[in-house]
Design a protein around this ligand. Structure first.
Ligand SMILES: [Cu+2]
Length: 674
């Protein structure tokens, strides 16, 4: 019996571990599309492949801190919590974010709560970054790319029990971090569960200037369960509950009382279904996001407002993956239904005056169902071609009569609902020869306007101080993308270069409408979303890595971007030239790193969209780590200093130039009991 169990276990690990090796440490944010060439099947579920915290500078980093190291990803900051990720310099409206394939949408009309803020790195096994149209099967309405935050499921392996604990402290803001999780698995059952806690007070910018309203508290709880019903059939379930409270947003006029996310899924998975289907997974899911804003702590609030937001999504997908001969393919069907609702009540200072009530997201319903297909064909070990396409039918509109009638004041002929066809098609050729790898790709796709762009009602944007009115008559925004990448690797050097270019038609952005007057006190005017005839975006980067004297490595990277609207004016939130370089030492259980990051002056800023010139900056970070084992307990110690010289700086991505953290000492202790 024992032998049988061991054999079954071994088989399962084999079945499921096919792609695990690649992901184990690279976990990673695939650094570029060259190394992503196997991404079609790079779906890791079984065998424990959680993010290797100990390889990171800060082992208990947030998802956003973790994403900072990924090429093509940048983060827009409105405070020290919940940074908004961008891919290829495109933010939430132009990228798709899924959690293990599940669609999930933020609930804040001010983008205070990107989807990435509802999970922790402890929840994840890896983050799959797709650039442009080359994306994960469940992505939709994306032009810039996609993020799939893949969950950390322990899998059916013979590991028995494992317990982890993490403690962290950072001096700047008195930031405390604590988390613990356990995993139990055998050949027919697994469970892994844990919690995480973060708490920070206001941080200090360079020069020890306190940034008011930058505090936050967060709790996260997760459980994954798996049960093997038959030899190759598994049922899996996930539950994540995440709650942030008392979150300050120094760059905005409001803070957050609570932001809660409940994420649940149930899936059925079958391995080795037939010769054509290596893996088939069907998942049903539900998530509920509730976001409550709060301005009661703001002494300068002219008028008190209540602004709750809700986003609820239910969906399902069925993904089939296989390989035959030289083909590796994937087919997926998905559907989701989202309800986005946000309201605002203004309480005048004079209690005799009447309160004002608005539906800022007028109960917007979106039903989307799509089909995805991809195939990678290897002509030989040197040449491969990958083709993929996804098309979805989307029906979106306003469910609330009150909301519909209010928007009809501005758009008398608008229908309550609209049907749209959105999707993309892309192809890539890849060459590998000797020390060289190169790829060239092209794609076309479009996206539907986001909830705010189509139906948002007088949403105040602190960035340019305009009230924004949605436009239900917007056409989809479309883009063609062309990209090239090349890599040369010969010991001890690795050189990589890449560029991507997007040409948009119908680029969606807000433009001032002089005929409308703002509702927010002090607003500069009203902007209405419209389709620009065209716009373009260019991103290029070059990176070098070299290894020397056995234990050392050096890394350098430089990136350039340019975004232009139809009148050759700059698009907002496009970075200036940025560079980073680091020197790392790794010997046995000891690791250390010195890094220098910087950016040039942001000369090409967009005054029209509220930007001003951002000065250049250079900052330095130092970190060191040591790990050791005592019996069956592994200890990992990490410590370091960020912004060593205590520079006061902000970057192009800091909302309203809110300065970043000044000097910060951190220490982390990780304990792993096997
Ligand atoms: Cu908010």
């Amino acid at each position: 019996m024992k032998r049988k169990t061991a054999l079954l276990c071994w088989l399962l690990c084999r079945i499921c571990g096919i792609y695990a090796q690649q992901a184990t440490d690279s976990l990673s944010v695939p650094p570029d599309s060259l190394t992503k060439s196997y991404s079609l099947n790079e779906i890791v579920i079984v065998t424990k492949t959680s993010i290797n915290h100990n390889r990171q500078t800060k082992p208990v980093s947030t998802v956003e801190e973790y994403l900072q190291s990924a090429e093509k990803v940048s983060l827009i900051k409105r405070g020290s919590y919940a940074w908004e990720p961008t891919i290829n310099n495109m933010a939430t409206e132009r990228i798709s974010v899924t959690i293990d394939g599940m669609k999930i949408f933020h609930a804040c009309t001010d983008n205070m709560d990107p989807v990435t803020s509802y999970v922790e790195t402890i929840n994840l096994s890896k983050v799959k970054v797709g650039s442009g149209f080359e994306v994960s099967p469940n992505a939709s309405n994306n032009i810039g790319g996609s993020l799939d935050l893949q969950l950390n499921k322990v899998g059916f392996c013979c590991e028995g029990w494992e317990v982890n604990a993490n403690l962290g402290y950072e001096t700047n803001g008195c930031y405390r971090i604590a988390g613990a999780d356990f995993a139990f698995s055998d050949s027919a059952f697994y469970v892994n569960s844990g919690f995480f806690h973060r708490n920070s007070e206001n941080y200090l910018a360079g020069g020890r200037k306190e940034v008011a309203f930058s505090q936050f508290t967060k709790h996260n709880f997760f459980t994954n369960l798996g049960y093997l019903v038959g030899k190759k059939h598994a049922i899996e379930a996930t539950l994540i509950y995440d709650r942030a409270s008392d979150v300050g947003y120094p760059a905005l006029a409001m803070d957050v009382k609570t932001a809660e996310g409940l994420i649940a899924s149930l899936s059925y998975r079958r391995e080795n279904l037939s010769r054509l289907a290596a893996r088939w997974e069907t998942k049903a899911y539900f998530n509920n996001i509730v976001h409550i804003m709060d301005d009661t702590g703001r002494p300068d609030a002219a008028i008190h407002m209540d602004m709750p937001g809700k986003s609820r999504t239910a969906g399902m997908y069925s993904l089939l993956e296989g390989r035959r001969g030289r083909h590796r393919y994937a087919l997926n069907w998905d559907a989701y239904y989202n309800r986005s609702y946000a309201e605002m009540t203004m309480y005048p200072a004079n209690p005799a005056e009447k309160e004002m009530f608005m539906l800022t997201w007028p109960d917007v319903r979106t039903l989307n169902t799509g089909l995805f297909a991809a195939d990678e064909y290897r002509f030989s070990e040197h040449h491969a071609v990958r083709l993929s396409s996804k098309w979805s039918l989307q029906r979106d509109g306003i469910h609330s009569d009150f909301g519909l009638n209010t928007l009809r004041i501005y758009y008398p002929n608008m229908a309550a609902y609209r049907n749209r066809l959105v999707g993309n098609v892309s192809g890539r050729y890849q060459l590998r020869h000797g020390s060289w790898e190169a790829s060239a790709g092209a794609g076309y796709g479009n996206r539907a306007p986001s909830v705010s762009e189509a139906y948002g009602f007088y949403l105040f944007n602190t960035f340019d101080a305009y009230d924004y009115l949605g436009n239900p008559q917007l056409k989809p925004e479309s883009s063609v993308e062309a990209k090239v990448e090349a890599k040369w690797a010969q010991n001890p050097f690795i050189v990589k270069a890449g560029a991507s270019y997007f040409y948009f038609t119908g680029y969606i952005i807000g433009k001032p409408d002089g005929g409308l007057s703002p509702m927010t006190i002090g607003a500069a005017g009203v902007k209405v979303y419209e389709n620009l005839p065209h716009a373009s975006m260019l991103n290029a980067n070059l990176s070098l890595k070299s290894f020397f004297m056995e234990y050392f490595s050096w890394h350098g990277r430089i990136a350039y971007s340019r975004g232009q609207d139809d009148k050759k004016g700059s698009l907002p939130l496009i970075p200036p030239v940025s560079c980073e370089t680091s020197l790392a030492l790794k010997k046995d259980r000891f690791a250390a790193e010195i890094a220098v990051l910087g950016a040039s002056r942001q000369a090409r800023y967009s005054a029209e969209y509220g930007e001003d010139e951002t000065k250049g900056y250079v900052i330095g970070n130092i970190s060191a780590g040591y790990s050791f084992k005592m019996r069956n307990v592994i200890f990992n110690l990490k410590s370091g200093v960020e912004n060593v010289l205590d520079s006061c700086y902000s970057t192009y991505a800091d909302w309203k130039n809110i300065p970043r953290k000044g000097r910060n000492f951190f220490i982390n202790i990780g304990i792993n009991v096997l």
